[in-house]
Design a protein. Structure first.
Length: 143
């Protein structure tokens, strides 16, 4: 029970520091980054950098103890910063792409489609995974 309470306290502390770091990033760093690179290039770079961060998670299982926790915390913070950069960049691009009178409709359509894809994606991935598992010796999507 003590171990669970310790991990819960550490998780809360991590979330606090992650929230503070994201707030500092949005207030101070993102504005400079967006002015320097522009929303298109910052979104592209953030998307490209997200791939190796996410691909590194399986290799973190070889770590243990404080090194594992530190690696996970740093990777999660970087992933969150890159996600903020992508979301803010695409929102700026979307708002600049339509006239001011249509921004509400464009934001509503974008939010609706994002929610739809977020709800359908896990089911689609499960279908694709089970289909690939049935086809163990196929040339396309072997299990």
């Amino acid at each position: 029970m003590v171990d669970l309470a310790f991990h819960l306290r550490m998780s809360v502390k991590f979330l606090q520091w992650q929230g503070v770091s994201l707030l500092v990033y949005q207030i101070f760093v993102y504005r400079w980054l967006n002015n320097t690179l522009g929303p298109v290039n910052s979104t592209r770079i953030a998307s490209a950098l997200s791939i190796p961060i996410i691909a590194a998670y399986p290799f973190m299982t070889h770590l243990s103890g404080i090194r594992l926790g530190l690696a996970l915390y740093i990777a999660a913070m970087i992933k969150s910063v890159l996600a903020i950069t992508r979301v803010s960049g695409t929102s700026l691009l979307q708002n600049n792409a339509v006239p001011q009178g249509q921004r509400g409709a464009a934001n509503g359509i974008a939010t609706t489609l994002m929610s739809l894809f977020k709800s359908v994606a896990p089911a689609g991935a499960g279908v694709l995974f089970s289909w690939a598992q049935k086809r163990q010796h196929a040339a396309f999507f072997p299990g």
